[in-house]
Design a protein. Sequence first.
Length: 391
Amino acid sequence: MTLYAVTGIAQGLDATEAAVQATDQALSQVGRAQIVLAFVAASDDYPVNQVVNGVSGLLSDTPLFGFSTPSQLTSDGIFQRSIAIALLISDEVQARADFWAGYSEDSGRCTQYMLETLHLDEAEPKALLLVADGFNADSAPMIQALAAGRYPLAGCLAGGDLASNRAFQIGGIRCGNNGLAAAVLRGNIKISVGSNHGWQSVGVYSRITRSKGLWVRTLDGRRASETYARNFGHPAREWAYPPLNQLIRLYPLGVERDEIGEAGQASYLVRSPLSVETDGSLRMNVSVPQGKTAYLLVSSAENCLAATRLATQQALEGLGGAQPALALIFADIAWKMMLQAQTGSEISAVQSVLGDDVPIIGGYNYGQVGRNPDGKPELFNQHIQIVLFGE
């Protein structure tokens, strides 16, 4: 059977009802075909148990892979307070998915449990997809627990309303908050990942003089917020309150790497604050080493859309001529903020490369998981990641 995908989208006040409507809409296009995996992108306003109950009530034991997001991305545009479903169809592909609690307490140990449960060391999969909590954990140990490999690796740090730190993850028929969900695919399928960002250095850099855990305390010996005050003209204390303490996501840091890889990847990692604390510290979702040089980065809508097209082209070329059946998009929340005056333009940018007939599902998040050019796992901020599924 040819690999293909169908989608459904529904909005409503009741999570279960919206989930049933979206799933039924997708199922109406399937018939008796074999469903491999169901992707779920849902508003964080919904109780996750109700979302899963609504979807699995119609799909029975079909494995689910899903996440919360403040907006849901589809081929038809961007939606809010909705549930988007994509069903991957084939009788020559196998998928397994599950959920593990405890990621926020120890992301490294939780990731190790995931690797042991999925038996990745026994048979290399065609791809590993991950979604983890984006608010309440240090994701650096997760990256350290993942092994280098040739198979595609993709995923995100799920998010939602930053004020409530509310996010959920769905794996198999289980779900929860502060956890890790993963899906493994094997069989007659080809999966390719493209990733890019549109942020550039403005030539301003500082030394990270004090950091601890998920907080960058000082830059060049002064409160981190003072660096932003000097460069953007607002008093340091104003960066700790709306709207600046959230808009800071648009101005991430490019933190120097320990070393430049053999493949010659960029000399810095993009690290984006979640917010600014009242003491002027930057709140992150991955620890940032003290003593590193950090460059102040900026972007534009044009740069973001160019990066989207480049990431999509990279993923398409990675399919080696196979036709894409589905596009899964993990876009940093900064994309939503940067393109708010051009809503849906990132979807149009993806379609300008793939065409209008490839189904799309995805959402905004607070970090992206993938491989660097040397094949090592890496956590990205401020990127857009395009995952294509082909036969």
